[in-house]
Write a protein that binds this ligand. Structure first.
Ligand SMILES: [Zn+2]
Ligand SMILES: [Zn+2]
Length: 167
């Protein structure tokens, strides 16, 4: 496993592997009285195991390769995605139309800026609540009631930058 697949700006919340992540979400679900059904758990596991943000059709392919026949139906997978998104266990990256596991599954649904590398496609949550709060505040000053924020910064990650300069 490469280090930057799960690169995280908060090492305390680092999630290292798929099964451990699913376990963490199972605990969070119990605490929050949510139900992590088998299809929800398997979709979550596939997203957590993916080295990069994963697109819905890749996810459908992998579900089809894996579980029982009932689990393969696309609407079932989309409903599982909706549940995982709504409860903050995964994030959707709008600019690349793909899903990533959230690094702090015990937190409820939250807005977080993402740094997306255009070379290796790694996506890192930039955990800085000040950024989200500042945007929220500016919006409210203009009489705008914010509902959701999508902040995605594209560029080159440190690892890819080092590779391209031969450092
Ligand atoms: Zn998150
Ligand atoms: Zn990169």
């Amino acid at each position: 496993m490469t280090a930057h697949a799960h690169a995280c700006t908060d090492p305390k919340h680092h999630v290292h592997d798929g099964p451990a992540f699913v376990d963490a979400v199972e605990r969070a679900c119990r605490d929050r009285r949510l139900r992590l059904t088998p299809i929800r758990a398997s979709v979550l596991g596939l997203i957590a195991e993916a080295e990069q943000p994963i697109k819905a059709y890749d996810l459908l392919d992998r579900v089809r390769e894996g579980d029982g026949p009932g689990a393969a139906a696309p609407p079932t997978v989309y409903r599982a995605l909706d549940f995982l998104l709504a409860n903050g266990f995964i994030h959707k990256l709008q600019s690349v139309n793909a899903f990533v596991a959230c690094h702090h599954p015990s937190t409820a649904q939250h807005s977080v800026p993402f740094l997306i590398c255009d070379s290796c496609h790694a996506a890192v949550e930039l955990e800085d609540s000040k950024i989200v709060a500042a945007l929220d505040e500016r919006a409210r000053e203009l009489g705008f009631t914010p509902r959701a924020q999508t902040l995605e910064v594209h560029g080159t990650c440190a690892e890819c930058a080092a590779e391209s300069t031969g450092a």
